[in-house]
Design a protein around this ligand. Sequence first.
Ligand SMILES: [Zn+2]
Length: 294
Amino acid sequence: MNEVVQRLLPGPVVTDGAWGTELQLAGLGAGDCTDAWNVQHPDRVEVVARAYVDAGSHVILTNTFGANRLQLARHGLAREVAAINRAGVAISRRAAGTSAAVFASLGPTGRLLGMGQTTESELREVYSEQARALAEAGADALVLETFADLDELRPAIAAAKEMEMTVVASMVFDSGARHDRTMMGTTPERAAEAMAEAGADVIGANCGRGSSGYVAVCQRMRQTVEHPLWIKPNAGLPELIDGKTIYRTSAADFVHDVLDIVAAGASFVGGCCGTNPGYLGAVAMALRDRRANR
Ligand SMILES: [Zn+2]
């Protein structure tokens, strides 16, 4: 683990909330390429990054979640991997200044290895390309987030470790009768073990089915590995009501659950889909109060 990350530990460290939903409010259309906005509308992306820094985030991510060759190819941008990732780190760095660290985001390719839609060597190459661009642009760490499939995550971790970067690996638990498994049926215990074996420095869970379910996910990971934990739940599943997308989990309920998640042993906390700078500001304030009352 590098010095920047070590200085943040043991935490709790407030990370950021959702970017996609914030960029939609700034005008991103349904079919638009979110990551391409780093070069098309860097100013609007920076507004989102800055809002999280102002809310009290000490780690912000980058708008590079889908900036791998396979995802960018859907928009005819497969050759723009380096430019889009470099711009993403530069934007977050400008917004972070000296107040926050910049952890770069990498998401899934959208292809399933088990269905023969990609190969392990292709995944390795795709993540090497993106991880290299993010590392060379000066990110403080790499965050492999929202993964549902260990078979995709393992080559991604290997590619990220090759850059000698601190690697956060985070999976989504939203399936099974109790919503405590990945889409592929993996439990938090098995996921944590596998991520540790693959070489991740920080292990976690993000997105999901709202913040309340991730208290137990955090506890179960804590009982399985000694690594620092990274937990960023969403604000519930999006629901379409009167043509508007809403998320059921209120900021107050979210903060309540995040405090339980910290008590369960998480070092890094933040939000995923449906959370915004308001949610994260409330989390930052609650953690300050908690420290003051000790
Ligand atoms: Zn999410």
